[in-house]
Design a protein around this ligand. Structure first.
Ligand SMILES: *[C@@H]1O[C@H](CO)[C@@H](O)[C@H](O)[C@H]1NC(C)=O
Length: 295
């Protein structure tokens, strides 16, 4: 290989390395589909990248619009340009300057199913918008839930009297900005711990873990976990508690001891009586013998 071809290969190699960097375009990453509880709220995770790194928020215009018409805006900084039906119900939770276009929609209506798309505009000056990009291919669709999901309860089959018993109540939701409240029909707030985690992008699980120490009187009682969602809808699940008594043989020992005791007393009594009668009989026989001799 001569010097020239080596040089060529080196240049090609450099070009291959650097091209993805230069070719990087505006890209948005929006969750494609989410369950939305009617009357509650929903948060759509969204992020984007652009070729020039992070830009100041003031130079960026984020728009969420209906997929069929980019002028049907469901979110925009200037509320007057937002469809009346959505005015005041939508806001960006993320900062555009941090490439975060996460959308929150409150008071979800049955017909708000989308698809809704994110689009960003970059303003070179405060008045002129330039370098407009739209991400129509990155839209979100909602699957409308008229009723909230029921919480699920996980727990050991039986509880043992006097031993801690733990029940976990979990419910799925898509509104991490207003987490559903989980409450129990027993115990105080101190008896429960709360956990909140994202299971898939945009899908969350709220958990409440209750620990109680069951007593004998709790046997066959109900434990109920209620989930209250933003907007007021509720759902619940119950379980019946079966309390096993702690291992204890008193119910066998006491009657046994009593029975044995009674038997012993009775036997002693019988032996004594028998002895008494034996001596009495012997006496009588002696008397009889003596009287026969004397006759
Ligand atoms: C975007 O903003 C939301 C709301 O503040 C936040 O929960 C989320 O973690 C942010 N996403 C990223 C990728 O930083």
């Amino acid at each position: 290989m001569d010097q020239n071809s080596k040089m060529m290969i080196f240049c090609l190699f450099l070009a291959a390395l650097s091209s993805p960097v230069f070719a990087e375009e505006w890209k948005a990453n929006v969750v494609k589909s989410l369950d939305a509880l009617v009357s509650s709220c929903i948060v759509v995770p969204c992020s984007f990248t652009h070729p020039k790194g992070n830009l100041p928020t003031s130079r960026l215009r984020g728009i969420w619009h209906r997929s069929n018409d980019r002028n049907e805006r469901i979110y925009y900084e200037d509320q007057t340009q937002v469809l009346e039906n959505f005015r005041g119900r939508t806001r960006l939770l993320g900062h555009l300057g941090q490439s975060n276009c996460t959308l929150e929609m409150m008071d979800v209506k049955d017909h708000d199913n989308g698809p809704f798309c994110f689009r960003i505009e970059q303003a070179l000056t405060e008045t002129k918008t330039d370098d407009k990009f739209s991400f129509v291919e990155d839209c979100v669709k909602f699957r409308m839930l008229p009723d909230p999901p029921k919480p699920t309860l996980t727990h050991p089959k039986t509880a043992i009297e006097g031993h801690p018993y733990t029940v976990t109540c979990s419910v799925t939701h898509t509104c991490p900005s207003h987490v559903p409240k989980l409450t129990w029909n027993r115990g105080t707030a101190n008896d429960a711990t709360e956990v909140h985690k994202e299971t898939h992008p945009g899908n969350w699980e709220a958990q409440s873990i209750l620990t109680i120490i069951p007593k004998e009187k709790d046997d066959h009682t109900e434990i109920k976990c209620t989930a209250q969602f933003n907007g007021g809808k509720t759902s619940f699940t119950t379980l019946t508690l079966y309390v096993k008594r702690t291992e204890n043989y008193n119910h066998i020992i006491i009657p046994t001891v009593a029975a044995i005791g009674t038997a012993v007393i009775f036997a002693v009594f019988c032996i004594l009586m028998a002895k008494k009668y034996k001596t009495r009989i012997a006496e009588l026989q002696n008397q009889e013998g003596r009287s026969r001799i004397s006759r």
